[in-house]
Ligand binder design. Structure first.
Ligand SMILES: [Zn+2]
Length: 215
């Protein structure tokens, strides 16, 4: 079984967490979040948001976070991010983090808020930050970049399987199966072993799935 922790579309068999506002597809899980790029002129209504997260297939908050490549002031992004973190705690849902050049800020927020829900950095590529992220107790999700990115291929050796997730995000060139194949090869384990461990991580982190049964 392939688990795709963050995707914008479903390609083949497996467990998918779609980054989607389309609740109509009963066959897939989804995560609910406001991307920092969407934070401008947004009238965020925490009550409505919270209510939407009660949908049975909504098993995570996100992607949300901070992005220094966009022109929206960081303060504004932080305020929205923190609101979503609060809801994640209240609703007991893990968070899928979007982070661009704001690693320190997010690590600081993590320390400051002392939240208990698991945080997963999605689309991770910053090899030099592996250690500090793992130290903070967060999970790391690796995407299709692993197929080409040599630095990332090296740093995956330092990510314990128990802290790892895999995803395709909005890349449709490669499938989740190809991401698994690449990681299994680099970690020198079988696809079976990798699938078993990632599924274990999934069940551990996404508690709502266990509570309501798998789709
Ligand atoms: Zn995405």
């Amino acid at each position: 079984m392939f688990v795709n922790i963050h995707s914008h579309s479903h390609q083949n068999e497996g467990i998918y967490i779609l980054n989607s506002l389309d609740f109509s597809d009963k066959n897939y899980y989804f995560s609910l979040g406001i991307h920092p790029a969407e934070s401008q002129n947004l009238n965020f209504n925490a009550d409505i948001f919270e209510k939407q997260t009660t949908h049975l297939n909504c098993i995570a908050i996100g992607e949300c976070g901070l992005d220094k490549n966009i022109s929206i002031p960081l303060e504004q992004q932080i305020a929205l991010f923190k609101k979503q973190i609060d809801i994640s705690e209240k609703m007991q849902l893990p968070v899928i983090i979007h982070c661009v050049r704001a690693w320190n800020e997010i690590l600081e927020i993590k320390k400051e808020l002392k939240r208990k829900q698991p945080w997963i950095y999605h689309g991770f590529r910053k090899s030099n930050l592996t250690e500090s992220i793992l130290k903070s107790g967060c999970y790391i999700s690796i995407g299709t970049a692993i197929i080409q990115d040599q630095k990332l291929q090296q740093s995956i050796q330092h990510i314990p399987l128990e802290k790892l997730f895999l995803e395709t995000d909005n890349d449709t060139t490669y499938s989740i199966q190809e991401v698994y194949e690449s990681v299994a090869r680099l970690k020198n384990i079988s696809i079976d072993e990798l699938q078993t461990q990632i599924l274990k991580n999934f069940e551990l982190v996404f508690k709502k799935v266990k509570l309501h049964g798998t789709l």
